[in-house]
Design a protein around this ligand. Structure first.
Ligand code: AKG
Length: 276
C-alpha cells in the first residue's frame, strides 16, 4: 500500500468522516472473497436478512458475523492488509474485529439502504471504531455506491437508528432507545455535501461510525454489487450495555461463537471479537 495515499486517507477521514483508499487488496483476495460470498449466500445464517420482498425484482441480502463460519472471511479480516490499515486510520496501537456484514445488491434491486449512522445500532462506545467497506465489483452510483454526508460525524451526536427493512424485526428494537429521530434525506442533503466514491475491486472505503450514509438500489442491468463491511475496534473501544442494539436480537446472539459475558465499560476481550 502507498503510505502517502494512506496518510491522505487518514486526513480525509478525520475531516470528512469517509475516505477511499485505492488498491488495498490484490486480485487473489478479490477472487477468494467472491467465492466466499457465494458460499455465504448459499448457506445463510439465522441472522441473515432478505431486504427485497419476494415479489420484487432484484435482491438485497445481508448477513452478519460470516467470519465465524467461513475461514476465508476470517482471513480477510484478520490476515489481509485491512487490520493494519484500520490501525493507521483509527490511530490505534491495536485492533480487534467487531464483526463483518455482508451487503449484496443484485442488478435490478430497488431497495435503498436508508440514511443512518452505525454507532447507534452497536453495543460499543469510543472514538477508535472504524468500518472498512470492501466492494468486490466495480461500483458506481448507478450500481449502489454508498453516499456519505461529508463531515456529519463531527456533530458527535447519536440519532435514532432506522431499520433497513420493515420486516427484519429491528424497527421495534431500535424504537426503545429514545434517541432523537435522524434528520431526513432532504435535511442531510441541505446541510452537508454528499460524498461518494466509484471504486474498482481492490479499493476500499473507510468510514466513521457517526457519519450518516446511505445507498440507493442497484439499477444496473448486469453488474452485481457484492460488498463486505468490516467493523474494527481500536484501543479505546468499550462495551456499551445500553438497550436496543443489534445484540438484543436473539437471531444475532445465537450465531456468535459463545455467549457474550461483557459488562458495561469492558474492553471487548473475548473470542467473539478477536484481536487482529
Ligand atoms: O452497502 C450498503 O448499502 C450500506 C453500507 C452500510 O450501511 C455500512 O457499511 O455501514
Amino acid at each position: 500500500m502507498d503510505q502517502n495515499a494512506i496518510e491522505a486517507a487518514r486526513a480525509a477521514y478525520r475531516c470528512d468522516g469517509a475516505a477511499v483508499v485505492r488498491g488495498v487488496l490484490d486480485t487473489a483476495w478479490i477472487a477468494r472473497m467472491r467465492d466466499a460470498v457465494e458460499r455465504a449466500i448459499a448457506a445463510p445464517s439465522g441472522a441473515s436478512v432478505e431486504y427485497t420482498p419476494q415479489d420484487k425484482e432484484g435482491r438485497y441480502v445481508g448477513d452478519f458475523f460470516v467470519w465465524m463460519r467461513d475461514p476465508d472471511f476470517a482471513a480477510l479480516m484478520l490476515e489481509s492488509p485491512l487490520p493494519a490499515l484500520a490501525r493507521v486510520i483509527m490511530e490505534s496501537r491495536e485492533s480487534r474485529l467487531f464483526y463483518d456484514q455482508l451487503l449484496v445488491k443484485e442488478p435490478g434491486t430497488q431497495e435503498h439502504t436508508p440514511w443512518h449512522q452505525d454507532l447507534p445500532y452497536w453495543p460499543v462506545r469510543g472514538e477508535q471504531i472504524l468500518s472498512i467497506w470492501v466492494g468486490l465489483d466495480p461500483v458506481t452510483v448507478e450500481s449502489g455506491a454508498v453516499q456519505y454526508a461529508r463531515g456529519s460525524h463531527l456533530e458527535g451526536k447519536l440519532y435514532a437508528p432506522r431499520a433497513f427493512s420493515t420486516t427484519s424485526g429491528f424497527g421495534e428494537l431500535y424504537a426503545k432507545r429514545g434517541f432523537d429521530p435522524a434528520p431526513d434525506e432532504a435535511a442531510l442533503r441541505k446541510r452537508y455535501d454528499i460524498l461518494s466514491f466509484e471504486t474498482e475491486p481492490g479499493d476500499v472505503i473507510v468510514h466513521h461510525p457517526l457519519t450518516f450514509h446511505f445507498s440507493a438500489g442497484n439499477l444496473s442491468r448486469d453488474t452485481r454489487r457484492r460488498a463486505i463491511a468490516i467493523r474494527y475496534l481500536g484501543d479505546d473501544a468499550r462495551w456499551d450495555a445500553r438497550q436496543g442494539t443489534f445484540m438484543d436480537k436473539e437471531s444475532v446472539r445465537t450465531i456468535l461463537r459463545e455467549p457474550v459475558t461483557l459488562r458495561d465499560g469492558d474492553p471487548l476481550c473475548e473470542p467473539n471479537f478477536p484481536r487482529c
